[in-house]
Each structure stands twice: as structure tokens, then as C-alpha cells.
Design a protein around this ligand. Structure first.
Ligand SMILES: [Zn+2]
Length: 207
């Protein structure tokens, strides 16, 4: 799916390549025990402006989402908050917090992989970037490599559930980590790879 067509800075093949970079960031998050979500901010001359992966648990920071960390890295590197010559590639549909920050940074375009029916602000739970009352329009495309990104999330939560089960058994049926279990359950009940019905954004199949 996508919003009205922006000028094409990246070919469909380049979008797949940049999403692979975002997926590498997501895998890095998973290796550190974080929910695997990764992002890369790319300037329209093909340079990496900022990288980020989810670090919410590691940093105990509710704002440490992949998108915001990529934005902060780019702001620091460029000594500028304005990123209008950049597109962001992220492995999961942004939440409202990140969508707002991306809009305020004047990012040109957001390309995401898996849809997030639970908290996605782009087309699942809201249509933030399509709100024409805002002073800057962010173009968006969803579903690029969504199968890979969704699989990464599902594998992560499957491993987490298994680990928690073992811990519970070792603790003699104790409570384990209730909060993580609840969160894993919430993601499990959501098909992150299913997307939503509607337009096709015309990119090659995810596999
Ligand atoms: Zn977010």
C-alpha cells in the first residue's frame, strides 16, 4: 500500500536493498534480546544518514524506538533537525510517536515492511501521514519485505515464549516474567505479516 506517489528517489530494487539494511538492524536488536525492529534513514544521494534498532528494554527508555534512534543519529551527525532530503526504511509500521517525529523532521518518505494492526499509525490504527491539515506531507509505502520482517518478529516471540516456559518450569511453576509474556501474547495474537486489504503498492513479491 502507499500514499499518493512521491517523486521516485529509489527504485523498487533499491528499496528492497535498503530494507535489508533495516532488517540487519532488527536482527541486531534480536541478538540483544530486544523486539526485532530496525531502521535506516537514507539521504536521496544514497548515503546512510542514521541507523537505529529498538533498545527500549536495554535503555529502559520508552522513546528508544528504531525510528527515533535513527532520527537522533542523523540530527547529531548533520547538526540539523530537518531531514527533508531523507527517506526512512523501517521493518515495522511506525507507531504514532514515531510517525509524529518523522513528520516533524520533514522526512520525505517512509517505507516499512510488516504492518502493525495493533499500533500502526500509517494505515492500520491511523492514517497519520495522510492528514492534509499537517504542514508537511510524508509519503509512505508499506509491505516491502513484510514476510521477512514478520517472520523475524514471530521467531523472536516464539523463542521468548519457550524461554519463559523453561524458566517457569525451573522455578517450579512460578510466575515468570508476566509482562513479557503478556506482550508476547499480544504480538502472537496479531498477524503482523497479514497487512490490510486495499491497494497494492506494486512492488515485487516479498519473497
Ligand atoms: Zn515507534
Amino acid at each position: 500500500m502507499s500514499a499518493s506517489l512521491p517523486p521516485d528517489f529509489f527504485t523498487p530494487e533499491e528499496k528492497l536493498e535498503w530494507m535489508q539494511v533495516a532488517l540487519q538492524q532488527a536482527r541486531l536488536a534480536a541478538s540483544l534480546g530486544e523486539v526485532p525492529i530496525g531502521a535506516v534513514l537514507v539521504s536521496h544521494d544514497g548515503q546512510i544518514a542514521g541507523l537505529g534498532y529498538n533498545r527500549r528494554e536495554l535503555d529502559q527508555d520508552v522513546t528508544a524506538h528504531a525510528e527515533l534512534l535513527a532520527l537522533r543519529a542523523a540530527n547529531r551527525r548533520r547538526r540539523s533537525w530537518r531531514l527533508s532530503d531523507c527517506s526512512l526504511f523501517v521493518t515495522l509500521e511506525p507507531c504514532f510517536m514515531c510517525a509524529s517525529a518523522l513528520q516533524q523532521a520533514r522526512v520525505h518518505e517512509v517505507v516499512f515492511a510488516a504492518y502493525d494492526p495493533k499500533s500502526g499509525a500509517v494505515c492500520s490504527q491511523g492514517h497519520f501521514f495522510d492528514d492534509h491539515r499537517l504542514n508537511h506531507q510524508v509519503y509512505w509505502t508499506g509491505g516491502v519485505l513484510q514476510a521477512e520482517a514478520g517472520q523475524l518478529l514471530q521467531d523472536f516471540f516464539r523463542t521468548l515464549r519457550q524461554r519463559n516456559k523453561v524458566r517457569e518450569l525451573q522455578a517450579g511453576g512460578g510466575r515468570g516474567c508476566r509482562r513479557q509474556q503478556a506482550e508476547a501474547g499480544a504480538y502472537q495474537s496479531t498477524d503482523l505479516t497479514a497487512g490490510v486489504s486495499g491497494q497494492s503498492e506494486g512492488l515485487p513479491p516479498a519473497d
